[in-house]
Design a protein around this ligand. Sequence first.
Ligand code: PRX
Length: 664
Amino acid sequence: MNDESLQNTSEQAITPEKLNYLKELTQHYYNIDSLAKYMDVYRISKNDPEDFWNTIAERNFEWRKKWDSVLKWNPKKAEVTWFEGAQLNITENAIDRHLETRGNKTAIIWEPNDPEEKTLYISYNELSKRVNKMANVLKKNGIKKGDRVCIYLPMIPELAIATLACARIGAVHSVVFAGFSALALSSRINDSECKMLITADGSYRGSKSINLKGIVDEAMGDTPSIECVLVVKQTSSDIEMVKDRDIWLHDELNQVDDKCEAEVMDAEDTLFILYTSGSTGTPKGMVHTTAGYMVYTAFSFKNVFQYQENDVYWCTADIGWITGHSYIVYGPLLNGATTLMFEGVPSYPDYGRFWEIVEKHKVNQFYTAPTAIRALAKQDVEFVDKHDISSLKVLGTVGEPINEEAWNWYYENIGKRKCPIVDTWWQTETGGIMISPIPFVTPTKPTFATLPLPGIQPSLMDDKGEELKGNSVSGKLCIKHPWPSMARTVYGNHQRYIDTYFSAFENLYFTGDGALRDEVGYYRITGRVDDVIIVSGHNLGTAPIEDAINEHPAVAESAIVGFAHKVKGNALAGFVILKNEGESRDKQNLSKEINQLISSKIGPIAKLDRIHFVSGLPKTRSGKIMRRIMRKISSNEGDQIGDISTLLDPDIVEEIKEKVQPFL
Ligand code: PRX
């Protein structure tokens, strides 16, 4: 079922009647409900991608003006445009067009951290009013089309509303996950010179209350572009409001109208920036534009979750990540769906919380991450069994490879062997789901993302730059043809975009992942092949963490690697060389200080589980750190490190083995 077998299905099978029938299907997206239909649709999308996307875009969205060209693609310069010449506003598609038929339908269900607190049901009518009002608040405070607005909010309705309010007036949102540190926040604000910051006085996470505004105040010491901080009252904690800078959202909302004309946007105007870790240096601000992102997220949401009109859909991600952007906010709302937003964590007040919410709202599609599944699978199955979760139809997973044990637990205990699992592979950069089963259509296979969605052409490459044809092969995962929701550039640094994604292989987008294609053409993602480590589903680049460690005055040099962890997927191990004066320091205290430093520079998610103080690192004669060696030793595969003769100092390997041994 890979490229080859798709080509082999006879081209003559497409008669003019059949083509018409397939085109008819696009009236309501391609409603793919059989494997045969998937094969037909996939082949059409591959034979003529432009015609395919032209049809999808034309029949399923509202445009102020149609496009002059579907796709322009210059692979040498990595320049791509989709639907050039078209004009639209994404909020007219995600909100306004539903008002006549779905005005009273719930758009967002908001489930608070504390189960005793009130759930909110926000209808499309109310969402429209709240987005329009917030948009007017932004305008009143000087935000115009093209201005960047940073959003640093917990999972409260204002987070979704703020993103849509930006889109309403053509401002570019840059959401920063509210678990990031002050420094991570300020560096992201400065990179894209945001004019405004939207935040809250505080946030709740389980039994903890977090002083979000305190972090913001710290970040604001170094963010000259910010003119105004808009503050949502959430925890009513005692905070300082800085004169001429901080304003309360509720005060502002009292002063504006609930109607705000949608800004007419060009197809390629930027919709948002979202930062992702790179394997080197500073985070990359991935730029997503309006029309292509809209078309692809809507199309993929509809097909991957098989959302039906009265379903309740829940994605447990945070809107601070791409999963939340595409599949809590835009994808569902573009389809007129009911999307659930959860403020809290899976373990509060106990490990049954997810299943309690599924029961309470009769959730039909549930989309989460392997790390959450593994954490929940470790608990007593009682936490699941005391809830009626029979409403579930489709289960999803995203963010990292899912191991077979977790897959099976999910399938049996949550899906009761009747819900297909959609293992969705994609990236911040791809904007939408790329490889995934279509539920009830694609037979699933544990740990396999299975087949590409229509319009997506994966290819596996070997190290010599040759494409691996046929089945039962593994290599580096690339994508051949542009797709509408691909990121267009790295904000302010197009060269970095070219270098990272388009220079490894000619004319191909390189994902940074390794994958295998099995004997029937199913894809399984095997993990990163670069220096990005995925911890609990979060991408972490090695370089920024090492930079943080190296800032400690006692540290001379460091290297970090990932090692397998039962819940997090990967955890981090740091190998640290101390300066002479550091040698006499208490190692436990030093470890604590190093982790505090990482927390303050990046965020608690980047903390090291193990810290080893060593006298040297395994380096090649040219000075390159061989992380592979430390990775193998940390994963208890020290007997498989292979040839170390190219190392400058092979003896260091023994020392590293000794230091790591007690942790294995
Ligand atoms: O390595 C792949 C892994 O997550 C990376 C992308 O991370 P991020 O940009 O944060 O986006 C995560 C949410 C889309 C990928 O390069 N990844 C994502 N989904 C899967 C996965 N690995 C294996 N299986 C998946 N389903």
